[in-house]
Design a protein around this ligand. Structure first.
Ligand code: FE
Length: 198
């Protein structure tokens, strides 16, 4: 059972003008695809050949196989990122809204903290909203690293590798984050992840 990319949950032009179809041609069609292809090449003929993607990520982390970890974690992170995007962004609701108020001081504070974390993250990586020790936390991980390798529950992510925004925003990561938080962030997906978290 080879690893595969999830199908994009919307048309590749659905997020324009905030994220262009050309960005998806490269980011989904080339960058993400390459991570998945590299993962499949690395697990072929090994005991991980039929493992799930999260199992591959965790196994590579444990065994110190950095090359496999990087490709498998990037495969998983991008699947999660596509689901963290939506053409119909709406404010957090339900249990997520309650937790945002309780742990982060409200939705505006969450957006401020997320932008600060994402823009301040040096070089490549990912900004995340996670559940850690029973609380919502805004954090970031470097390069391919991922909360699922640390026993932390991911709710939402934004890719802050330059390839995520360079075609649409060039070097302006802050502009990309403004568009993500104002128009694209899928808080409904985050709420679903919170509701199914243990
Ligand atoms: Fe990416």
């Amino acid at each position: 059972m080879a690893v595969s990319q999830i199908p994009l949950p919307f048309d590749k032009a659905a997020l324009e003008p905030h994220m262009s179809s050309r960005t998806f041609d490269f980011h989904y069609g080339k960058h993400h695809k390459t991570y998945v292809d590299n993962t499949n090449a690395a697990i072929k003929g090994t005991p991980l050949e039929n493992a799930s993607l999260p199992e591959i990520v965790k196994s590579a982390k444990q065994s110190g196989n950095q090359k496999l970890f990087n490709n498998a974690a990037q495969s998983w992170n991008h699947d999660f990122f596509w689901q963290s995007l939506t053409p119909k962004s709406a404010a957090p609701a339900g249990k997520l809204a309650e937790w945002v108020n309780r742990d982060l001081g409200g939705f505006d504070k969450l957006k401020e903290a997320f932008k600060t974390e994402a823009v301040g993250h040096f070089a490549a990586g990912w900004a995340w909203l996670v559940v850690k020790d029973g609380k919502l936390v805004v954090t970031s991980y470097h390069d391919a690293d991922t909360p699922i390798a640390h026993g932390v529950t991911p709710l939402l992510t934004c890719d802050v590798w330059e390839h995520a925004y360079y075609l649409d925003y060039q070097n302006a990561r802050a502009g990309f984050l403004d568009a993500f938080l104002a128009n694209l962030a899928n808080w409904k997906f985050a709420e679903e992840n919170l509701n199914k978290a243990k």
